[in-house]
Write a protein of this length. Structure first.
Length: 316
């Protein structure tokens, strides 16, 4: 029973069409699933990933008409995306600067060349050199050359006022290990690793005494950690035995989930790798139409009538 890495990260957008344009046009990711929030069918749930919609590569968004996030602690404050090499970071810096998304210069952080940037709604992101480790599955239709494409999620940064409480959950409950520490302008950061480690399987923990954040557009809603399909019931039993208040088993159709909050209030999810996004669409046409899980399919006409059309917006 080991977590194997980051599964996905879900954030909030209030401008879905512009979100699609930025993540597919500027960042070159593939829209692999256009569906709805299964708990609020008035909202899109948009999934962006690599060419094969691989677990560990998708950043997702709920489309909610929310005001901008009020930044603070008790939140996920930086989402890293992995690219293959320092040359790719430099290429991306130029691309993002030209798109008006980045002001900072690339810098060495935790031994990896990194460049921070934001999407049009202030979602705090970073591109990090992953040293070319792990698999890569480029998207043939991406506007970004295959040699520079984003390979998946990298370290996720949590900012909390009481790191020891979160650290205890990461290690004692989730089985992560303290890998190392490094310093930033915001303070010291602890790095917790899962499974075989590496940037695709790390959580960064920063002590932050600021008032708690208030979620809104540009905020992260939750982060999900990967498990093999066969371990799902064992993890449900583990949370129950530890008396951790949780959602209990939730079948999202594309994967199965368990949700709970760590002591500082950040929402965590444990998610299976399968069945995957090809459960209801062929790989070659992922994201082309509104996909609904079987239990929502009878309500398709009602749901489609309540959604805003995703009209094309010029990327970047």
């Amino acid at each position: 029973m080991q977590l194997t890495g980051i599964h996905h990260l879900t954030a909030v957008t209030a401008r879905a069409a512009e979100n699609v344009a930025f993540y597919t046009g500027t960042l070159g990711l593939r829209l692999v699933k256009k569906t709805v929030n299964q708990d609020d069918v008035s909202a899109y749930h948009l999934f962006y990933a690599d060419g094969l919609a691989s677990p560990g590569t998708d950043i997702t968004f709920f489309d909610w008409p929310a005001p901008p996030e009020r930044r603070g602690s008790n939140s996920i404050t930086r989402t890293h995306l992995r690219v293959p090499g320092e040359g790719a970071v430099a290429w991306w810096h130029t691309r993002l600067r030209d798109a008006g998304a980045v002001a900072a210069e690339p810098a060495l952080r935790d031994g990896r060349l990194t460049v921070d940037f934001e999407d049009p709604e202030g979602q705090r992101l970073a591109l990090v050199d992953d040293g070319g480790t792990g698999p890569e599955h480029p998207w043939d239709a991406s506007p970004v050359p295959a040699a520079y494409q984003i390979r998946g999620l990298g370290p996720i940064r949590l900012s909390v006022p009481a790191p020891s409480r979160t650290a205890a959950v990461l290690t004692d409950l989730l089985g992560m290990r303290l890998s190392r520490r490094f310093k930033t302008a915001d303070g010291p950061v602890e790095v917790y690793a899962m499974g075989s480690g590496g940037p695709a399987a790390e959580v960064q923990l920063l002590a932050d005494a600021a008032p708690a954040a208030q979620q809104g557009a540009g905020a992260v809603h939750h982060v999900a950690f990967r498990i093999p399909d066969a371990d799902y019931q064992a993890w449900a039993d583990r949370l129950k035995a530890a008396r951790v208040p949780s959602s209990g088993p939730v079948d999202r159709y594309y994967f199965r989930s368990l949700y709970f909050r760590e002591p500082n209030g950040i929402l965590f999810e444990i998610a299976t790798d399968g069945p995957g996004f090809t459960a209801d669409e062929p790989l070659e046409s992922l994201g082309a139409r509104l996909a609904l899980p079987p239990f929502l399919e009878p309500r398709r006409a009602e749901i489609e009538a309540g959604l805003k059309p995703l009209r094309p917006v010029t990327a970047g």
